[in-house]
Design a protein around this ligand. Sequence first.
Ligand SMILES: [Zn+2]
Length: 412
Amino acid sequence: MLSTTITQILANSSLTVDEKVEKITGELHSYPDKGIAESIEFIMNTDDANAASYPANYLALLPNLQKEKRKVVENILDSKPYLMSAITNLVKQLPDDVIERLIDDYFKDSSSSDLYNVIFEAASFFPEKLHTHAPRIEHKYIKELILPGGPDSWVDDLVNEYLKNKSPEYLKQLAGLRTDKALDALLTLAPRVPEEDLAQLYAYIESSGVFPNTRLASVYFQSYRGYVVSRGESPHHMGGSFPHPVPKCLVTNTPANRILTLDVSQVDLEIESAYNPSFFWYESDYSPDCLYVRFTEDGLQGIATPMTDGEVGTGLIPGELALKLEAYPLKYGRGGSAVPGYSNHQVGGYPSLMRFERFPRCAVCGKGMRFLVSIDSGMTPFGRLGFDGILYGFWCDDCAVSCTYRQSDDFD
Ligand SMILES: [Zn+2]
């Protein structure tokens, strides 16, 4: 058997699954080629889907490598279909023709549970490729995933269903589409929605791209996905030091970590502020719902939070790192509810929320804040991120105020 590092770590029965993931990631990433050759060789030479998932998940953390990722997946499709579940996390990075092949295979045998995971990912990241297959899709959850960008006839059907029985479920599905037609339908239905469902309706409208009262944009339309990389590889810094005092916990004094600073000169987003938005977070038993800071000529001003003397936390981001961005043509965003822990980082576009909730209001001007970034939890090539759930960053460009907001499993 080849691939001694991965084989040895997997054979060590004293390690938990999480420890194996961390050890394999650390070892592979320390190689001059970042362990890419060993990862591919291992996947090509194993017949064990569980074992293959370790190097495949590692490859999914690395940006680019389109040729290598395609090679691994095509090899499995051609000769080892029983390994399909191992490449689930690579699906979002595959080229169109491979995705189309995966979808065709699924509809040849939609009972295969190995392919269920793969089609779930394809539906999440390439919803439009499944629209023509919609009548054949039986899984309720996959139906929800393929809503983004759906045809106008779906909007008409959902509006009619809603008017018939007033089930808020149809409003939620309309919120999944995010087309102009779906957004108009939500706005038009508002006067007919019962009082108790209005807050939820407004959350759906905000997630579809506008604030219901002002009709101003609630999102940025260009969208990028992010990969955690070393500091030198991208201008969008994560972790490490920060030149100003940062928020801290009122009770435990735990200093916040700089989660991300977005270098707006390097992205195509309509931000006019002279400041680069930064987002902060700390973990304590008293973690807030939202952390607001305002950028001023004198540095950072905390809003409803005490600030440190200059100390910055370092426990949540494993090193002085950065977020490499890749323009990503997911025009109508992802459908369904986000599941945290899969390193799906995003800048711009529609937020993929764990639960629909209204967007935060600016603590200075009171206007709705636009969704700008989301940083998922889970692994990076440098180790695990130290927080749970997903951090969502919102921005008021007029006031140069950022808000970091967290959703996690243990909320409800
Ligand atoms: Zn404001």
